[in-house]
Design a protein around this ligand. Structure first.
Ligand code: UD1
Length: 419
């Protein structure tokens, strides 16, 4: 099994380019089932994307990845597909469940494995199924699979989600893409990745309007079957590198290929903590500030502070002056990085849903274990700031979502190797 070894306390300087968004690419790839031909640019070359492509291949689409150009070309001229998403692919990557909406729309049926639990919590799909049922799909759960059918197509209606879910909003969008009449989705997730999916669907002829947390889809007679799309940058990857630089960039680090407007609230929060951030049109410059302030925040759906940056922020707060609090309000079990950070010297206490972080603390290298994607990267950040050597085990989690992580950090003078 591969490990990362990080020699801490190396000052970072240089340039980092941010990759395309994993969480944008995944639903857009699921949406390519709706097109005859699609070219998707700026895809990140990470494990989750390869798993989704494997799923599309399994279903019967023809895919070709050009790694040099971060481009995927997809063809789907088939009248009948293998409308099955098997357990072995959905269990490793929950976003596999997103093919449900697209398959129902284009082929009127789907059999998709239930994703099951994952390290950060139970993560059910009841909200996905709630929306599909409202749109007229017949749903049955048997032998660990969701059997969905809409032989005569889906029918527009008004759906109010009882709570906000990114995946359920995406599946509902994919299922209402060709639903008859008008669909109104209320209390939706409005993450930039959802907006990217909407812009992809619009290119396919969809008539979609987003206002506040309400999305209206009006049946469109336009049928565009060939589409080209460039996915947005990965705002979580960006947030992760801002924090890396806030910890270790004594000289400046330039982070480019981004749009600062898309992470306005995260930048404001980091500035409040004292992170030195200069904003430009498509880049940021970060310089370390030795006098960081403590803060109390709660993770929330966009535009709130993202749960996907909670673990990374926690590492930053171990270096801030005073007591900080982070309440995790999205997932029930997302503090698994805490025992590992404590092994490195962090002073963190968990009370119910809140982590209480005492800073500043000197972190020292240790052998630690990655438990999920974002927890893993928080250990990398801790390794960068810690004294001596940190060894991170089980780094396959990192490969699910961070493109060229070691190379990007090495280019900025970090000492990090994979063995
Ligand atoms: C997506 C992101 C993930 C991020 C999360 C929250 C992708 C591929 N993944 O995951 O990185 O951490 O949004 O921003 O985009 N829930 C239900 N029933 C459902 C669906 C969700 O109760 O049917 C609950 C979940 O357990 C969780 C909350 O709703 O507590 C939010 O989950 P959701 O927004 O659906 O996350 P994902 O789409 O799985």
């Amino acid at each position: 099994m591969q490990k990362l070894i990080i020699k801490g306390k190396r000052e970072l300087s240089g340039k980092i380019s941010i990759s395309g968004s994993k969480n944008s690419t995944l639903p857009i790839l699921a949406a390519t089932i709706l097109a005859d031909r699609a070219n998707i640019k700026n895809i990140p070359l990470v494990k989750d994307i390869f798993t989704m492509v494997e799923l599309l291949n399994f279903i019967g689409l023809k895919t070709k990845i050009n790694k040099r150009k971060n481009l995927i070309e997809i063809k789907n001229y088939k009248k009948n597909l293998n409308t099955l998403a098997p357990y072995k692919l959905v269990k490793t990557m929950r976003a596999g469940v997103l093919v449900l909406g697209s398959l129902l729309t284009r082929y009127g049926k789907a059999k998709v494995s239930l994703p099951g639990g994952c390290a950060i919590g139970t993560r059910p799909v009841d909200l996905h199924l709630f929306a599909l049922k409202k749109l007229g799909a017949k749903i049955k759960i048997k032998d660990g699979y969701i059997f969905a059918e809409a032989k005569k197509g889906l029918k527009g209606t008004t759906i109010k989600f009882p709570s906000i879910s990114v995946g359920a909003t995406e599946n509902a969008l994919l299922a209402s893409f060709r639903a008859k009449g008008k669909t109104i989705l209320k209390n939706c997730a409005i993450e930039p990745e959802i907006k990217d999916l909407i812009s992809f669907l619009k290119k396919l002829g969809a008539n979609i309007n987003l206002k506040g947390r309400t999305i209206t889809i009006i049946e469109s007679k336009k049928n565009i079957s060939q589409v080209s799309h460039e996915v947005i940058f990965d705002r979580i990857e960006l947030g992760t590198y801002i924090i890396a630089c806030a910890l270790m960039a004594k000289k400046k680090v330039i982070i480019n290929k981004i749009n600062p407007k898309m992470i306005k609230s995260e930048i404001n929060l980091l500035k409040k903590i004292g992170v030195n951030i200069k904003k430009y049109k498509s880049s940021l410059i970060i310089i370390k500030n030795n006098n960081l302030k403590s803060i109390s925040i709660t993770t929330k759906p966009y535009p709130g502070f993202p749960t996907d940056l909670q673990a990374q922020l926690m590492v930053l707060l171990t270096q801030a002056n005073g007591i900080s609090k982070i309440k995790e309000d999205i997932f029930e079990n997302r503090f698994m990085h805490v025992p590992e950070l404590k092994r490195m010297g962090a002073q963190i206490e968990i009370k119910n849903k809140t982590a209480i972080i005492k800073g500043p603390t000197k972190l020292t290298g240790a052998e630690v274990m990655a438990t999920d994607l974002r927890a893993s990267v928080s250990l990398v950040l801790a390794g960068l700031v810690a004294e001596n050597r940190t060894i991170i085990n089980r780094i396959y989690h990192l490969d699910r979502g961070y493109e060229f992580l070691e190379n990007k950090l090495k280019k900025c003078k970090a000492e990090i190797i994979r063995i």
